[in-house]
Design a protein around this ligand. Structure first.
Ligand code: NAD
Length: 520
């Protein structure tokens, strides 16, 4: 039996237990393909819009007890979930690899991220959402506090590429805040996400507080937007734009984590060999099917030849496998559609004059969707891969004359998700970082430095998104603030023309003094 069938992987019974978590009353199914073999992995039940409405209603009811249970209770539950994720990592890693085609190392990054996020919000939610004093309008006469109430139901729509990590980055803070969550998963990462949800339910999250559904985006996804009080969407820019418009029509907030065309700058003072080693990982982790991975490299002309040579050598030495262990450096693309997109971008670039310095070919000898990680030079504006997201293992290397040239080219895009700078001087790199139009900038790293910094906001500028996940920002999305302000009874505020006439002079003096004292 192939090691990549669901029967050999987890057994049919276990698969049925996982799938039984789906809210689904239809007999519809979708065939999920295993990327490593190209063969059907299993038939996944598909939910209906009615299932979404029913799940939303029971989640709203269950949310009240979850909210009232308090932060200390939710903290204990989430910290237990953290431990279960780590205890169950081997099964989670097998599922992630089998559903996505990524290597075990890149699958492990997902588990690490989900556990980090869970610990972070378990221990920080109460502090971030505690009632806080604010400056009152008139000192002494008034006092003002701000408190927070969780939104009742958060909709979460997740893609196939990083199902566990990206799901956790939205779901965990919502649960920590005391909200319920209704999630629509992508069919391709469904088993991974279902096994993850099971860990949180076993840890004590009530099942009704987190209903999970699968089905077509334009039906089940739309129904989730229509049912929720706030929507978190991760996926492509075209779909995210539709989701944002639909959310606006309902006057609910949205965080949209969308596509990128992420640049990496190698400055003239960088070590070209070291930069090449690190850039390879930044471009080809998960075969470039990662929103923050690098698709454009701008390298200073003084080290361009040395960098490109080292980069190409390193790419050619990558070990590409479907092994369910840590032996491989890179894996497979996830689907036929991904393979076709990557092939089309490379063929178009080569036809229009680009040079392949590494890769550029499919690898059917390894598996149906394998493609060799690819470096291109001579990529120009008329080529498909110049400005459009490939979302695959294809990077364009371009020589630049100066820092300003590199910054201008890096910013010359409709996207603004992630960027990276390699330099021999952190101070030099930091100065340039502030000139990049990107929601995250990594220095001497591709994406992992900012991605793993769960206390710092993550999100995109321009068409890469709206809103931020992670950090305090990532949980404040899910609450509504309430300002409670009181009169302290020290002095009566004016209520009549005569009282205003008596007090206006005093108020002007007060305003003048507050300004002199630079009081907020
Ligand atoms: P996609 O937009 O096709 O689908 C994403 C999810 O949205 C899927 O679950 C899909 O079923 C659902 N969906 C589709 N139509 C919908 C609709 N009308 N309403 C609601 N949901 C709908 O994206 P994809 O191809 O699965 O993912 C790849 C894209 O995601 C890339 O562009 C990548 O850059 C982006 N991405 C961004 C981030 C980030 O954090 N910024 C992370 C991962 C992926």
């Amino acid at each position: 039996m192939s090691p990549h069938t669901v029967a050999s992987l987890i057994g049919s019974r276990r698969r049925d237990t996982l799938v039984a978590q789906l809210r689904c009353t239809t007999s519809d199914t979708a065939t999920v393909i295993a990327p490593f073999s190209g063969q059907p992995l299993h038939e996944l039940p598909q939910s209906s819009t009615r299932d979404v409405r029913d799940a939303a209603a029971s989640a709203r009811t269950a949310q009240r007890a979850w909210r009232n249970a308090g932060f200390a209770y939710r903290r204990r539950v989430l910290l237990r979930a953290h431990d279960l994720l780590l205890e169950r990592q081997e099964e989670l890693l097998d599922l992630l690899q089998t559903e996505s085609g990524k290597t075990r190392g890149q699958a492990f990054e997902e588990i690490f991220q989900a556990a980090s996020i869970t610990r972070y919000y378990a221990v920080s939610a109460e502090r971030v959402l505690a009632t806080k004093r604010r400056r009152a309008g008139i000192p002494l006469l008034m006092s003002t506090r701000v408190s927070y109430s969780p939104k009742q139901l958060i909709g979460v729509v997740t893609p196939w590429n990083y199902p566990i990590a990206l799901g956790a980055m939205d779901i965990v803070p919502a649960l920590a805040a005391g909200s319920a969550v209704i999630q629509k998963i992508d069919n391709q990462g469904a088993l991974s996400m279902l096994a993850t949800r099971e860990a949180y339910i076993d840890a004590g999250v009530p099942a009704a507080v987190w209903p999970i559904l699968a089905g077509p985006g334009n039906q089940v996804g739309n129904a989730v937007v229509d049912a929720a009080d706030y929507i978190c969407f991760t996926g492509s820019t075209p779909t995210g734009t539709k989701v944002g418009k639909r959310a606006a029509g309902r006057l609910i907030g949205a965080s949209l984590e969308l596509g990128g065309k992420n640049p990496l700058l190698v400055l003239g003072d960088a070590d070209p060999i070291q930069a090449a080693e690190d850039a390879v990982y930044a471009c080809f982790a998960s075969m470039g099917q990662l929103c923050v991975s690098i698709e454009r490299i701008y390298v200073h002309k003084s080290i361009e030849a040395e960098f490109t040579r080292a980069f190409a050598e390193r790419v050619k030495a990558l070990s590409q496998t479907s092994a369910l262990d840590y032996s491989g450096d890179v894996g497979s693309l996830t689907s036929q559609a991904q393979l076709e997109r990557v092939q089309a971008h490379v063929e178009d670039a080569v036809t229009k004059g680009a040079t392949v310095v590494a890769g550029g070919i499919p690898r059917p000898d390894l598996g149906p969707y394998f493609y060799a990680p690819t470096g291109l030079t001579g990529v120009t504006a008329e080529m498909e891969c110049f400005a459009n997201e490939t979302f695959g293992p294809v990077v364009a290397i371009t020589s630049v004359d100066s820092d300003t040239d590199a910054i201008n080219r890096a910013n010359d895009t409709e996207f603004g998700l992630n960027a990276s700078i390699f330099s021999g001087s952190i101070a030099h790199a930091r100065r340039l970082a502030d000139r990049l139009d990107a929601g995250s900038v990594n220095i001497n790293e591709g994406y992992r430095s900012s991605f793993s910094s769960v206390d710092a906001p993550m999100g995109g500028m321009k068409h890469s998104g709206l809103g931020r996940r992670n950090g305090p920002e990532g949980i404040l999305r899910f609450v509504q603030s309430r300002t409670v302000s009181q009169s302290n009874g020290i002095l009566q505020l004016p209520r009549s023309g005569a009282e205003f006439a008596a007090m206006a002079g005093l108020m002007v003096t007060l305003l003048t003094v507050l300004k002199v004292l630079r009081r907020r």
